[in-house]
Write a protein that binds this ligand. Structure first.
Ligand code: HEC
Ligand code: HEC
Length: 73
């Protein structure tokens, strides 16, 4: 009985995390202005000019999708 409860809780946690990630919760805010910087990938694809490189799970995401998850100032 105890074991089953634990399993259910684990499944709940896993499902919740998947949902949160899908909604972009946990995506860091953009610390800079985006005017004149619409080509996000020019800096972030390879980590140019001190920018952080996008994580591996971002492969294939186009520039116009970034702000769906990352909040601009
Ligand atoms: C000219 C290069 C450049 C462009 C273009 C650019 N960025 Fe950045 N970005 C940076 C740099 C440099 C930093 C880190 C330092 C800072 O500016 O505070 C950064 C930081 C970030 C961070 C924070 C990362 C972290 O680890 O906290 C996010 C998120 C981000 N940028 C998203 C974007 C998005 C989305 C776009 C397109 C709308 C974009 N950037 C366009 C250079 C760029
Ligand atoms: C579906 C939501 C989503 C979209 C769309 C998205 N991101 Fe992210 N991004 C995240 C999350 C969540 C994290 C933090 C967790 C991680 O590192 O995977 C993150 C992390 C980052 C980081 C920080 C990496 C680090 O080392 O700290 C950068 C830079 C970034 N994203 C840039 C971009 C750019 C550029 C685009 C558009 C091409 C983009 N993101 C599109 C969700 C998203």
């Amino acid at each position: 009985m105890r074991k089953r409860k634990g399993t259910r809780r684990l499944i709940g946690i896993v499902l919740l995390s998947v949902l949160l990630v899908a909604c972009g919760v946990g995506a860091p805010d953009i610390p800079h202005m985006v005017e004149g910087r619409q080509d996000c990938l020019s800096c972030h694809a390879q980590g140019e000019q001190g920018a952080r490189k996008i994580p591996a799970d971002h492969t294939g995401l186009p520039n116009d999708r970034c702000e769906a998850c990352h909040q601009a100032p």
